[in-house]
Design a protein around this ligand. Structure first.
Ligand SMILES: Cc1cc2nc3c(=O)[nH]c(=O)nc-3n(C[C@H](O)[C@H](O)[C@H](O)COP(=O)(O)OP(=O)(O)OC[C@H]3O[C@@H](n4cnc5c(N)ncnc54)[C@H](O)[C@@H]3O)c2cc1C
Length: 580
């Protein structure tokens, strides 16, 4: 089969919010940009995001400030985030959101025309802007339309199987078209990796099939990057329980933000026992553990869930503020949520770890390679606040795109290696063959293994079993049957998804074993307490013979000018400064 060549200044892998924002920034800096994704242009995973995006605009609660947003984020991350990244996010969020509104994003507004803001869990003030519960879709469409208006095209159904790296410098990517199988060598001065997370690796997941399979993390790891904190996976407290094919599908936090109550099968509002102050608006890790515990201790529903009830709000309000949820339950269960409670249970939702990046420009360990969005580590620590990841995609997508453009503009010579391209080609050729195994059942087995051995609550014995299971599945994956069909090269994409998933699963379990403590979303039944000595980022890299090696990296200090904001509220004055 012929191989085409595509040459640009900046290649962006991923057409979700982070990829599109990066591409727009690189284009605006005058560079020629190629953007691609493995799904359709307006169907990247970002489209699923529901409840909202954070910015301390203070339109509803004028007392809010970027410093308070910084403090809420870092405190609830159990101090594992990089404070420099958090500071950039909190400072730049208002401009990022207002810019998107200016580009036509249909955020909900107040009667005076300012953006409305709702509560999300563990935020001190209302700072989450929203477009009903279709915020991700509104954002993605705005970004895609803006990119199109600038004359940019997004390549669809293109699967990147390898980053091209020579002497520690990335010079492009190798890819194929999922429909036709046509191969393309994408050559570029700089590459932005914005390929999303890895939460489709768990049996119950809020992602759809064939996305969030850890591709970006696996590509980066193989290219020579480090991954950090892969074990820190956010389990959202409220995923659907039934019907089986919808199990794990998200029930947005906006339901609780709009006043939803959680009850067990005895009718008890059980958050009273777990976080009496914040109740349902506690942090995700606490609410997820509360739901998990109620179910595990026999106070759940017969289907293994708890009840989430918003029926005390009027139908009009529900339809206006939670249109997707209203429709989701009506269509899948014939359930009117304005009259009846929803049955929910925890679901794997967000990768807080990922590729190690520099806070300012999101450059990685590999020269010429940048990473932004859910694929990157650094912002969320051990517990992501709802609404922070959408704003992360805009801010760090823009920064990564601008930095990639700058590198391209300043590059004297770009060196490429034929042998590296030939290796990538041989790798794909080697995968297309007859075999006794199929990718789909192995993917399912992996999802079961992670749910069982590396789920909401973990212990050393189970994690080691999980690791052994991953090794068995890797062996089986070595003889997966991959052949083109009348529909194209979907089998090849599934085999690569599986390969990426196995690698990121191993990195995740290794981190989970190493983190012998309970911190945020990482709950170890055999180490139930937080261990101050483990206030470190756990880093994984590909060592000799491709073996994964872990190490510990200290978390950077909180800058002096922001320390006061992290103290308990009763030690602060009204402006958040430490009381003398
Ligand atoms: C149901 C749900 C609701 C959410 N709600 C919110 C919310 O209300 N607020 C909030 O802040 N966050 C929310 N999140 C999280 C947020 O949506 C994501 O973190 C964010 O959208 C990630 O954007 P991204 O651009 O980094 O990646 P994605 O949107 O995941 O895009 C990844 C891109 O990479 C491409 N790609 C992946 N692998 C390859 C490959 N091998 N080759 C080529 N292309 C590839 C994909 O096709 C896609 O284009 C939610 C998440 C879910 C699942």
């Amino acid at each position: 089969m012929d191989t085409r060549t595509n040459i640009s200044n900046v290649l962006v892998i991923g057409s979700g919010a982070a990829g599109l924002r990066a591409a727009i920034a690189a284009h605006e800096a005058g560079r020629q940009v190629t953007v691609l994704g493995k799904r359709l242009r307006k169907d990247a995973h970002t489209v699923l995001a529901a409840g909202g995006i954070n910015a301390a605009l203070g339109t509803v609660d004028p007392e809010d400030s970027w410093q308070q947003h910084f403090a809420d984020t870092l405190r609830e991350a159990y101090l594992l985030s990089d404070p420099r990244t958090v500071e950039i996010m909190a400072r730049e969020a208002p401009d990022a959101v207002l810019e998107l509104a200016e580009w036509g994003c249909d955020f909900a507004r107040r009667p005076d025309g300012s953006l409305d803001q709702r509560y999300f869990g563990a935020h001190t003030y209302r700072r989450t802007c929203y477009a009903g519960d279709y915020t991700g879709r509104a954002m993605l469409h705005t970004l895609a339309d803006h990119a199109a208006a600038l004359g940019m095209t997004v390549l669809e159904n293109v699967y990147v199987s390898r980053l091209l790296v020579r002497d520690g410098t990335c010079f492009g990517a190798y890819a194929f078209d999922i429909g036709s199988g046509e191969r393309t060598v994408f050559l570029a001065d700089a590459v932005v990796l914005a390929a999303g997370g890895h939460t489709r690796l768990w049996r119950r997941s809020s992602s759809r099939r064939d996305e969030n399979t850890g591709d970006g993390m696996a590509l980066a790891l193989q290219a020579g990057c480090r991954l950090a904190d892969m074990e820190l996976v956010q389990f959202h407290p409220t995923g659907m329980v039934a019907p089986e094919e919808m199990a794990g599908t998200l029930v947005t936090e906006a339901v609780r933000g709009e006043g939803g109550h959680l009850r067990n099968a005895d009718g008890e509002r059980f958050m009273q026992r777990y976080d009496p102050q914040r109740m349902e608006l506690s942090t995700r890790d606490r609410v997820a553990l509360a739901n998990y515990t109620e179910i595990a201790e026999g106070r759940g529903t017969s289907n293994g869930g708890v009840w989430l009830d918003i029926s005390h709000r009027s139908k009009d309000e529900i339809v206006e503020k939670l249109p997707r949820m209203y429709r989701q339950f009506l269509e899948s269960q014939m359930l009117d949520i304005s009259a009846h409670p929803m049955e929910v249970a925890p679901t794997a939702h967000y990768s807080m770890g990922g590729v190690v990046v520099e806070p300012q420009d999101h450059s990685t360990d590999v020269e010429g390679l940048f990473a932004a969005g859910e694929v990157a580590a650094g912002l969320h620590g051990a517990n992501r606040l709802g609404g922070n990841s959408l704003v992360e995609t805009l801010i760090f997508g823009r920064r990564a795109g601008a930095a990639a453009a700058e590198r391209s503009a300043n590059l004297e010579v770009s060196l490429r290696a034929r042998s590296v391209i030939a290796d990538a080609q041989a790798d794909l050729d080697g995968l297309i063959r007859e075999g006794e195994e199929f990718a789909r059942p192995l993917q399912r087995a992996l999802r079961d293994a992670l749910w069982e051995h590396c789920g909401v609550v973990r212990d050393e014995e189970g994690l080691n079993e999980g690791l052994a299971r991953v090794a068995d599945l890797r062996e089986a994956a070595g003889s997966v049957d991959v052949r083109p069909t009348s529909e194209g090269f979907g089998d090849l994409a599934h085999a690569l998804d599986l390969r990426a998933a196995l690698l990121t699963a191993e990195a995740t379990i290794l981190g989970a074993i190493e983190r012998r403590e309970t911190r945020g979303a990482h709950i170890r039944s055999d180490h139930p307490d937080l261990d101050e000595r483990l206030r470190v980022n756990l880093v994984v890299r590909c060592g000799r013979e491709g073996r994964l090696e872990t190490s510990r990296v200290p978390v950077p200090e909180v800058p002096e000018h922001l320390r006061g904001w992290l103290a308990p509220a009763d030690e602060l004055d009204v402006e958040g400064r430490l009381l003398e």
